[in-house]
Design a protein around this ligand. Structure first.
Ligand SMILES: Nc1ncnc2c1ncn2[C@@H]1O[C@H](COP(=O)(O)OP(=O)(O)OP(=O)(O)O)[C@@H](O)[C@H]1O
Ligand SMILES: [Mg+2]
Length: 249
């Protein structure tokens, strides 16, 4: 926490978190929720209630393989920016973190507006606001501040709940596909369980369904969903899941 805020609870001047504080999007950071591979998620207090504050960490730690998909694809059109990112210069690293955050916001907005079970994004949808937020993704917190929603990978579910959670997860995957999106890291590690509802999180790597690799990534998502649900006692077939997700009806 000390690294994020000073004794008065202010973020370092000039940082994206300070901008969000100044503009009243978030009042204070209450604690760290989880430090993952690519970001640290904090619990924050905002005018709208508890918020999850996901701050992308330095791009060094991100897998280069993942970045490459964007660098070579639709994302970086500018050669200088691309080179700065490849070199991992200071500016390049900042750009890359902001790029991942922006991508996460855009996917969250699209999914949220279509009524899918994702956390409500709290900055945007205007691109100028999303740019202002830099590497910080602010979204509705799922759970109680005292008891954050567990991931399905950690949750203790009885057989009926597990079957329900699996059905909701497959339905969410299908709804995303219908929207033209493939999550790209779909497993119980990125599904929260709260009051009998599944929430899909961690969406920055989502890709368009019309990208060449989309079907393959969808198949991988189906396989990891089935594999990770085995711990919850669900025996399912990945091909069957894939058929359900892509079926017209
Ligand atoms: N909106 C939210 N509400 C409650 N908890 C959240 C929310 N978003 C994220 N979390 C918590 O923070 C954790 C990390 O979030 P996320 O998966 O988006 O980041 P990550 O850096 O990819 O983490 P990992 O490497 O563990 O996958 C989640 O597993 C969850 O416990
Ligand atoms: Mg995750």
């Amino acid at each position: 926490m000390t690294a994020l805020l000073d004794a008065e609870g202010r973020a370092a001047p000039g940082t994206a978190l300070a901008r969000l504080q100044e503009r009243g999007f978030v009042h204070e950071i209450l604690g760290e929720l989880k430090s993952g591979k690519e970001a640290t998620v904090y619990l924050g207090r905002s005018p709208l209630g508890p918020v999850a504050v996901k701050i992308y960490r330095d791009a060094e730690v991100r897998s280069f393989k993942n970045d490459q998909r964007y660098l070579e694809g639709r994302w970086v059109g500018d050669a200088r920016l691309s080179r700065a990112i490849q070199r991992r210069s200071g500016a390049g690293r900042e750009a890359l973190k902001a790029m991942w955050a922006a991508q996460e916001y855009l996917v969250l907005w699209e999914a949220w507006r279509a009524g899918l079970p994702v956390p409500e994004p709290l900055v945007g949808p205007h691109v100028s606001d999303i740019t202002m937020a830099g590497e910080v993704v602010l979204m509705r917190f799922v759970g109680d501040p005292d008891a954050p929603a567990p991931r399905l990978s950690d949750a203790l579910l009885d057989a009926d709940e597990a079957a329900d959670a699996f059905a909701q997860s497959v339905a969410a995957m299908k709804a995303l596909w219908r929207l033209g999106l493939v999550h790209g890291d779909f497993s119980t590690y990125n599904l929260l369980w709260w009051q009998g509802r599944v929430t899909v999180i961690d969406v920055p790597q989502a890709m368009r369904a019309d990208q060449p690799a989309a079907r393959e990534v969808l198949a991988q998502d189906a396989a990891s969903l089935v594999r990770t649900f085995a711990r919850l006692g669900i025996e399912a077939d990945a091909d069957e899941v894939l058929r359900t997700v892509t079926a017209e009806h």
